[in-house]
Design a protein around this ligand. Structure first.
Ligand SMILES: Nc1nc2c(ncn2[C@@H]2O[C@H](COP(=O)(O)OP(=O)(O)O)[C@@H](O)[C@H]2O)c(=O)[nH]1
Ligand SMILES: [Mg+2]
Length: 230
């Protein structure tokens, strides 16, 4: 089996090499490939990626212009050759050392889709982010009859066959909601396990904002009332 790790990155020169090194270092009991998708970074991230792109098992896609995290993840998924995929942000908010704990539930055949839940992990959120996350989670559960505890988590791990035939269109941070609800609509059971999470600040380079929250809400509502599996 092979694990494809997709890393969307935009202007993370300070952390991109460290996160790649940590991803390479973690033992997951299967082959790994790393696919980095750079959204036309301008802060030295590209130069850092040049130093990483020739390592075996590493692919770097350089976008000509920034299209959003969702677009980057989707491009990465198109290139993935593993049976299992995992999304990894390029900041240091979550820890690659948690991969084995996430993967074991997929490898055992217990589930095809697993989310790392920051809420189950007891993470401390900043007030605005806590409110936005809670609104998205509550709305998801109300509209889709689920009991999810985290939706916007970056740690989404899944067998590629679980998304086969599913068409995604969101390009920004709203992709997280689209991904979640399209799988739910297909009848996929999403299992959650606790993960640790150390939020960074906008000063540290956080990019998600309120506009993304509103777009995400639209995606949740729209997909609830359009055709099954659409
Ligand atoms: N390629 C690409 N990556 C992006 C873009 N916007 C954000 N990212 C990356 O997506 C990840 C999540 O971004 P972040 O601001 O930390 O959002 P949060 O963790 O959801 O609050 C980071 O690795 C960012 O560098 C984009 O437009 N293009
Ligand atoms: Mg982040």
């Amino acid at each position: 089996m092979k694990l494809s790790i997709i890393i969307p990155v935009y202007n993370e020169a300070g952390t991109i090499r460290e996160i790649i090194a940590r991803v390479r270092g973690v033992q997951v009991g299967m082959e790994k490939e790393i696919i980095v998708v750079d959204g036309a970074s301008s802060d030295g991230t590209r130069e850092n990626l040049k130093l990483e792109e020739n390592f075996p098992g590493t692919t770097v896609i350089y976008e000509e212009k920034r299209e959003g995290k969702g677009a980057a993840v989707r491009k990465g998924l198109d290139r993935a050759s593993g049976e299992i995929a995992l999304i990894q942000d390029a900041d240091l908010e979550v820890s690659p050392e948690e991969y084995p704990g996430l993967l074991k539930h997929i490898v055992s055949g217990e589930t095809r889709v697993i989310f790392g839940s920051r809420f189950l992990g007891g993470a401390k959120f900043r007030a605005a982010s806590l409110l936005a996350n809670r609104i998205i989670i509550t709305l998801t559960n109300l509209l889709y009859g689920t009991a999810m505890t985290d939706v916007l988590t970056c740690y989404k791990v899944f067998r590629m066959d679980a998304i086969k035939g599913t068409r995604f269109e969101c390009k920004g941070f709203d992709f997280d909601c689209e991904f979640t609800v399209k799988l739910l609509k297909k009848g996929e059971k999403i299992k959650e396990v606790p993960i640790s999470y150390v939020p960074r600040t906008y000063g540290d380079g956080k990019k998600i904002n309120w506009k993304d929250g509103f777009k995400s809400i639209q995606v949740l509502v729209k997909n609830r009332f359009t055709g099954a599996g659409a």
